[in-house]
Design a protein around this ligand. Structure first.
Ligand code: PMP
Length: 316
């Protein structure tokens, strides 16, 4: 789909996957005017397909577009385009329980612009790829390192929207962490350097007894759709959930820690390394709360239980 600045998107068309042409002075290439989304389609036992809360991705893209001075598709256009793309790629969706189809909507300033300004034209496209289950054999813990010098977001910046530049900002710390054998990096706030923000591509939760705490959304953290869903799931399972400032000290003293995101779903954290010290959770294994929330959410996403939350959209 394409549109000019100040106009709405007209409905798009399906095209074979391939390279796209851009002017060297496209807004997205020069000034980072780009946003993306990520969601998954699961195949059910009966062959039908389930999307998980696609309208939430549409709304998040619309909020991001406002911050990035871009027009964006309506919620209806976004969801219809996702459905059409998924149905056209039905054959690539793995069988029930064997993975999912990852869906990547992308909005960019594709028009040419030389001086710093919003691009005159925009392109919205969606591509898909089959992916395996994040955990091949049951849930397994991930290992994080806390980064205190580099930051992914600053107050007043773009950390709260899913713009491409946020991911460029994490590449250095994330590559270094992976080289040292960690799964990913946990970022702190850049002012006090003591409050938790999030991981490069997922949100974080800290469990102490029956209380689950997660950093509140205040512009520097991406409002994850899995985060929002897990808050509701946890409350429905009898936990008290608090969205507030969470300190590193609380994290290191927690009973259990887990991350949430479309890719990682619910990932228990086995250890956190902070200033050279490593803290283990559940002896480096999987905590009961993470396991419980993972099971409830994935069964709902895969259509193995009745969707009382009304979160899934079924396609056939
Ligand atoms: N934080 C960041 C920075 C992310 O990239 C993602 C993945 N979209 C998340 C959190 C989790 O968001 P969601 O649950 O919507 O996938």
């Amino acid at each position: 789909m394409k549109c000019s600045q100040g106009e709405g998107f007209s409905n798009g068309e399906l095209q074979r996957f391939g390279n796209i042409e851009l002017s060297p002075s496209a807004g997205v290439l020069n000034y980072g005017q780009g946003l993306f989304e990520g969601l998954k389609a699961y195949r059910k036992e009966d062959g039908n397909i389930l999307l998980f809360r696609p309208e939430e991705n549409a709304l998040r893209m619309r909020l991001g577009a406002e911050r990035m001075c871009m027009p964006s598709p309506t919620v209806e256009q976004f969801v219809d385009a996702v459905k059409a793309t998924v149905l056209a790629n039905k054959r690539w969706i793995p069988p029930a329980g064997k993975g999912s189809l990852y869906i990547r909507p992308l909005l960019m300033g594709s028009g040419a612009v030389l001086g710093l300004a919003p691009a005159p034209e925009y392109t919205f496209l969606i591509y898909v790829s089959p992916v395996g289950n994040y955990f091949k054999e049951g849930v397994a813990p991930i290992h994080l390192i806390i980064e205190h010098d580099l930051h992914r977001a600053t107050p007043g910046g773009t950390g709260g929207v899913k713009t491409i530049g946020n991911y460029a900002a994490v590449l250095k710390a994330q590559s270094a962490a992976k080289e040292q054998g960690y799964s990913d990096v946990l970022y702190l706030d850049c002012v006090h350097k003591k409050y938790l923000e999030e991981v490069s591509s997922c949100n974080i939760f800290v469990v102490k007894g029956k209380v689950i705490s997660t950093p509140e959304i205040k512009g520097t953290i991406l409002p994850g759709i899995t985060r929002k869903s897990i808050i509701d799931v946890a409350r429905s399972q009898g936990f008290q959930v608090e969205e507030r400032l969470v300190t590193v000290d609380e994290l290191l003293d927690a009973d259990e820690v887990f991350c949430t995101g479309t890719a990682v779903v619910v990932s228990p954290v086995g250890s956190i390394t902070y200033r050279g010290e490593r803290v283990l959770y559940n002896k480096g294994g999987v905590g009961a709360v993470s396991q419980q929330l993972y099971s409830v959410l994935t069964r709902l996403q895969m259509g193995l239980v009745k969707d009382n939350m009304n979160w899934t959209v079924e396609l056939s």
